[in-house]
Design a protein around this ligand. Structure first.
Ligand code: ADP
Ligand code: MG
Length: 410
């Protein structure tokens, strides 16, 4: 069932408590905290603009980092208020509390179309514990609740579940923001009934992180492509040697079960047939990779580690991707953070963009995959990039997200 949208609401003069994901990377510079990447702030602008146009009094609630229930100055949202003011072109007031009298006073000052950002909700241990009394305090100044923080929707916290429960309980509306709506549309609806051929590309470090996603998508996909370190546990299951590659020997049976399910369902299952391999060594007492080369062979030598897919695999993967109508990609093909081992990921990225240019829908989930795509300068050539790391993975597994469930249906 579709969720109520911010577009459906009459917001004129209403106080709207809006949960956003402003958990942005920061670093200290010149004695102040500086925002390194404002993607998450920009991602909320469409929702904020709609609410401003509708004449809402907008109260923003968010978390930053892991202050563990205490006030930690380096995790204050104050710099975010400044950044948001700049991006949206109007003053965003900041309140150094998220509950209590100072909040009530600040909300009373809000004009229609005005914005107020509250301090980090995780300064209070009651946030993560989802304590009802705290949720009631957070909800005290709100007529309506909007959640645009998809990246926090897999957590049942006071600001994601407690507040909408309180607001719904008093007959108020609880709706999804535009970003949340898009996440649900692409990671939810589009993948529920994808246009075929549906090609799923999975990579990254661990089979255990993604096995539930593999298992669910084996029921929908025409082709599953596996790269990254994950591939080596599958190679072990198939009886190949993997040298010093990152593997999970206790997941060989799980990998085998996925291979069996794929063959029962006639799902094409592609694993790399060649790899880039490197020698793990110590340089100045620190772990490093020494010599590296293409290993044009299914087996990896004992002293070497698989660090990327090889050129033959990249070509075979690209060929499969080119025929797709729907593509889901989660997880890089190699240790892309090291530019020597990024080629495989970039080649797959190019194939995904080419397929998109000829009409395929491409959906990218996973923090590192999004990073890799942006690093390749291709972020704007796919249909959708998810903003939620852990939340997207849980959603792709087919789980209900508590922060979504708590919103009203249409
Ligand atoms: P995402 O965030 O997109 O879901 P993951 O977090 O699952 O992706 O995995 C990303 C990590 O996997 C990256 O840090 C990358 O270096 C690592 N990785 C990919 N391939 C390998 C490999 N062959 N060996 C070790 N690590 C790998
Ligand atoms: Mg990751």
């Amino acid at each position: 069932m579709a969720k109520l949208s911010v577009n459906d609401l009459d917001l004129q003069g209403k106080r709207v408590l809006t949960r956003v994901d402003y958990n942005v990377p920061m670093a200290e510079g010149d004695g102040a905290m500086v925002i390194n990447d404002d993607t998450r702030i920009r991602a909320t602008l469409p929702t904020l603009k709609v609410m401003i146009e509708k004449g809402a009094k907008i109260i923003l609630a968010a978390h930053l980092g892991r202050p563990k229930g205490e006030r930690v100055d380096s995790m204050s949202l104050q710099p975010v208020a400044e950044k948001l003011s700049e991006l949206i072109g109007q003053t965003v007031a900041f309140c150094d509390q998220c509950v209590g009298d100072t909040v009530t006073e600040a909300v009373a000052q809000l004009k229609e179309g005005g914005l107020l950002l509250l301090e980090n909700v995780r300064y209070h241990p009651e946030e993560e514990a989802n304590e009802t009394a705290f949720a009631e305090q957070l909800a005290a100044n709100a007529d309506i609740y909007v959640n645009d923080a998809f990246g926090a929707a897999h957590r049942a916290h006071a600001s994601t579940v407690g507040v909408p429960t309180v607001v719904t309980g008093r007959g108020g509306q609880c709706a999804a923001g535009l970003l949340m709506e898009r996440e649900l549309q692409f990671l939810g609806d589009e993948l529920e009934s994808p246009d075929n051929p549906f090609v799923v590309i999975l990579g990254g470090a661990k089979v255990s992180d993604k096995i539930k996603v593999i298992d669910r998508l084996l029921e929908k996909a025409d082709t599953i492509i596996i790269g990254g370190a994950m591939a080596y546990t599958f190679k072990l299951a198939k009886g190949f040697t993997v040298g010093k590659s990152l593997v999970e020997p206790d997941k060989i049976n799980v990998a085998q079960a996925a291979l069996d399910k794929a063959s029962e369902r006639s799902v094409q299952f592609l694993l790399p047939t060649d790899n880039l391999i490197a020698e793990p060594t110590e340089i100045d007492g620190k772990f490093a990779f020494g010599d590296y080369r293409v290993n044009d062979c299914e087996n990896i030598p004992d002293d070497m580690e698989g660090v990327d897919i090889g050129p033959k695999s990249a070509e075979a993967f690209s060929e499969a991707i080119k025929g797709a109508k729907t593509i889901l990609w989660n997880g890089p093909m190699g240790i892309f953070e090291d530019s020597r081992f990024a080629e495989g990921t970039y080649n797959v990225a190019k194939a995904v963009c080419e397929a998109t240019a000829t009409g395929a829908i491409s959906i990218i989930g996973g923090g590192d995959s999004v990073k890799a795509l942006n690093k390749a300068g291709l972020g704007d050539q796919v249909t959708f990039m998810s903003t939620g790391g852990g939340a997207s993975l849980e959603f792709l597994e087919g789980n209900e997200l508590p922060g979504v469930t708590a919103l009203n249906d249409k």
